[in-house]
Design a protein around this ligand. Structure first.
Ligand SMILES: Cc1ncc(COP(=O)(O)O)c(C=O)c1O
Length: 395
């Protein structure tokens, strides 16, 4: 490698290391579940996006195996060449029916859905209004687009309105937000956002990756929770979290918007179709969402129990009700140390620091699942308390 490049990269890595924020990967040698095996030892897993515990559900595994036998391993093609099976169409149809939209389009991931959205639909004469804490994939999607960019303060509806007023002369306007913000578990005020969109003639896009399958009465996400189904023009989401956790994403929404994405969206046109087994297992996940409301009930009971218990023993957690429970530590080195000590106590969690969260907002992000039992959570509480006392994080 050219010596100057090597040195510059080494300097950068050293800086990351000195800041105590090097990301290390632990190797799991078991299915993703409430418990995982790492180097032969069992850990309670409190950091997967496996909200409903479907990642190792027998129905999904059976559907995937059947598809593997009947439809093969991979498509070896993008969708429009020879990468579309009936399973892809069935899944798109199922998603749009579930979310009560006109149509849906699959992507390899929600990251792709977001990066393939804005530049396809908008250009110089248009304007995009984006919450300051939107997910990286929305930010990157907006960066790829030539429309004017407006960044409103996080969840600040007055700021959004002020900016919408400023941008009246643009041809098209779209407000883009996470439905649920992945670091804090806050739900976007979609009712107010849709009201503003109607008043200022803007479209609305929401990314429901941390909501699809479990938020709202029927698990339809933040759009259902906020009673705005039919008012949000574009919903993006992932199949890689509550919906089985493998991979895949989608955009659902108005017919004409989805039709143009199918013609022009670059990650859709130039990246492989999702494997048949993933499409089949995702269909099985939608069946379970509809047949098994008890999974959602369990998730919400677990969340309520753990949030309350952590607060009572003195932890500083972001208030809210979502199964994302941010335990605030406020220092990258201490957050990392706490995660490591918890790991030594049999709890699998990781710390989050800049640039994933803002400086000083270092945290352990706990994520609860319907797969956790009450005994799991009591064990977690006992170990969190022990470690935090030893570290003088709580009195
Ligand atoms: C809000 C949000 N959008 C999009 C993504 C990306 O999803 P995927 O893994 O399907 O690319 C994530 C995952 O971290 C997310 O949290």
């Amino acid at each position: 490698m050219i010596e100057d490049v090597r040195r510059a990269l080494q300097d950068e890595l050293e800086k990351i290391d000195k800041a105590g924020i090097t990301k290390e990967e632990r190797v799991i040698a078991s299915p993703q579940s409430a418990h995982v095996i790492v180097q032969g030892k069992v850990y309670l897993n409190l950091c997967a996006n496996n909200y409903l515990g479907l990642a190792d559900h027998p129905d999904l595994i059976e559907a995937a195996k059947k598809a593997l036998d009947q439809r093969g391993y991979g498509m070896a093609s993008v969708r429009f060449i020879c990468g579309t099976q009936d399973l892809h169409h069935m899944l798109e149809e199922r998603i749009s029916r579930f979310l009560d939209t006109d149509a849906a389009i699959l992507y390899s991931s929600c990251f792709d859905a977001n990066t393939g959205l804005f530049e396809t639909l908008f250009s110089e004469p248009d304007a995009i209004f984006s919450d300051a804490l939107n997910h990286a994939s929305i930010i990157d999607g907006i960066r790829l687009c030539k429309a004017a960019r407006y960044r409103y303060n996080h969840l600040d509806m007055s700021d959004l309105e002020r900016q919408l007023q400023e941008a009246k002369t643009h041809r098209f306007r779209i407000i883009a937000t996470d439905g649920v913000f992945s670091m804090d578990g806050e739900v976007a005020p979609l009712g107010r956002i849709c009201d503003l969109a109607e008043q200022y003639e803007a479209l609305v896009m929401a990314d429901d990756s941390h909501a699809t399958g479990f938020l709202g009465e029927g698990g339809r996400g933040s759009i259902e929770y906020c009673s705005v189904m039919g008012r949000v023009d574009l919903i993006t989401s992932t199949l890689g979290k509550a919906m089985g956790g493998a991979s895949g994403g989608f955009t659902a929404g108005r017919r004409e918007l989805i039709a143009i994405l199918r013609q022009r969206s670059r990650p859709y046109l130039f990246s492989n179709a999702i494997p048949p087994m993933t499409a089949a297992a995702s269909l099985a996940a939608f069946d379970l969402i509809e047949k098994r409301p008890d999974l959602r009930v369990r998730l919400w009971e677990n969340t309520q129990f753990f949030r309350k218990a952590l607060t009572e023993v003195g932890f500083r957690i972001r208030p809210g009700f979502h199964p994302i429970v941010p335990v605030l530590i406020g220092d990258p080195v201490r957050a990392k140390e706490m995660a490591q000590r918890l790991f030594e106590e049999g709890i699998y969690v990781v710390s989050f620091s800049y640039p994933v969260v803002q400086v000083g907002e270092d945290r352990i992000r706990v994520q609860l699942s319907a797969a956790h039992t009450k005994a799991d959570l009591e064990f977690a509480l006992e170990r969190f308390t022990k470690v935090a006392k030893e570290m003088r994080i709580i009195p």
